[in-house]
Design a binder for this molecule. Structure first.
Ligand SMILES: NC(=O)c1ccc[n+]([C@@H]2O[C@H](COP(=O)([O-])OP(=O)(O)OC[C@H]3O[C@@H](n4cnc5c(N)ncnc54)[C@H](O)[C@@H]3O)[C@@H](O)[C@H]2O)c1
Length: 317
């Protein structure tokens, strides 16, 4: 009876059943206010959660918050949101530059740099800061979940929650249990993802998980076609968009995500499976060596210096 009353009075929250103690998720701590952390914070605030967005410095947290505000403002302009909604969402997000703030969190999603040492140091600290029933999720793209879970004293409450960029638009979250993740943690994570209005797929803790593994095999063939001169780079993008109905061509997508990031996916897969089909494409290696990483450096497979996407004439591919 008391429990039913409690439930009725906090309709925006979801409940985790951890052992015998039901715990409401009200507050989500997001570690890292970069591209992914900002996106995750935005969808969590829009779904009604209180969000603590954490990064190393004030400027970095502000950068993430500004990205969220800009994104929401765009939705107001398109009349998908009211200005009052935007303000309400932003008001749910609290800034943090101290991991100690995780004391107030019911669930932690880590989206810091893709580096084991960085993540290790974060989770070691969080393990001491957070109550024992708090679940830790990592948005890692390539680090084995079981190796991150081994850092903490709660490997049963550790899980992979792999979002896709841009987070507010992409519907999918891969839910990746580690070797020791409990059934309760998996269920709670899937429920949380659903309340963030995402669809989930449950994926084994293997290199590249599911989507990046499938996509790398596809992209390896894209690079073979380019190297064999089957079609131009621009025509390959066009063919994939119009013939396969992908919203972006593989080179456009690679530029948007970052050629260095794409190359790391190949490296992870090649290291993990030793399968020649995942050998990092030499053309990607060359682009990274030359410092042309895609949109973020102004040049990648295309030239963005003018603010518009233009074909490149200066590459000896
Ligand atoms: N970019 C993508 O498309 C994508 C997709 C899925 C998953 N991921 C994964 O998400 C994670 C974040 O990626 P991103 O693209 O947002 O990177 P990013 O570089 O944009 O952001 C990472 C942020 O983490 C912060 N950070 C670093 N160390 C920290 C610490 N100790 N404490 C708090 N904050 C810290 C950095 O200052 C930075 O703002 C990575 O693990 C990445 O592999 C990325």
């Amino acid at each position: 009876m008391i429990f039913a009353h409690f439930l009725k009075n906090i309709p925006e929250n979801i409940f985790l059943i951890l052992g015998d103690s039901p715990m409401a998720i009200k507050t989500i701590m997001v570690i890292g206010a970069g591209l992914m952390g900002a996106g995750i914070s935005q969808v969590a605030a829009q779904a009604g959660f209180n969000v603590i967005i954490n990064d190393l410095k004030d400027e970095l947290v502000d950068k993430g918050l500004n990205a969220i505000a800009k994104n929401l403002e765009g939705q107001v302009k398109k009349e998908k949101l009211t200005a009052a909604d935007k303000d309400a969402f932003l008001a749910r997000i609290t800034k943090s530059v101290a991991l100690d703030d995780a004391k107030r969190a019911d669930f932690v999603i880590e989206a810091a740099f893709e580096n084991f040492t960085v993540k290790k140091s974060i989770f070691e600290k969080l393990d001491d800061i957070c109550p024992a029933n708090v679940i830790f999720a990592s948005n890692t793209s390539s680090i084995p979940i079981s190796s991150l879970a081994a850092i903490v004293k709660r490997p049963d409450k550790f899980i992979g929650m792999h979002f896709f960029s841009p987070v507010p638009i992409m519907k999918l979250v891969e839910v990746i249990p580690g070797l020791k993740t409990s059934a309760e943690t998996i269920k709670a994570t899937e429920e949380l993802a659903a309340s963030l209005k995402k669809e989930t797929v449950r994926v084994k803790d293997v290199p590249g998980f599911l989507v990046n593994r499938i996509n790398a095999a596809f992209r390896a063939e894209v690079f073979n076609c380019l190297l064999e001169g089957v079609a131009t780079l621009e025509d390959i993008d066009k063919a994939v968009k119009l013939g396969l109905n992908h919203p972006m061509g593989p080179f456009e997508l690679n530029d948007a995500v970052g050629i260095d990031i794409g190359l790391n996916v190949f490296r992870t897969l090649y290291e993990g499976y030793k399968d020649p089909k995942f050998r990092p494409p030499l053309l990607m290696e060359k682009m990274v060596q030359a410092g042309d990483l895609g949109k973020k450096t102004g040049k990648g497979w295309y030239d963005y210096i003018s603010g518009e996407k233009k074909p490149r004439k200066d590459l000896n591919l």
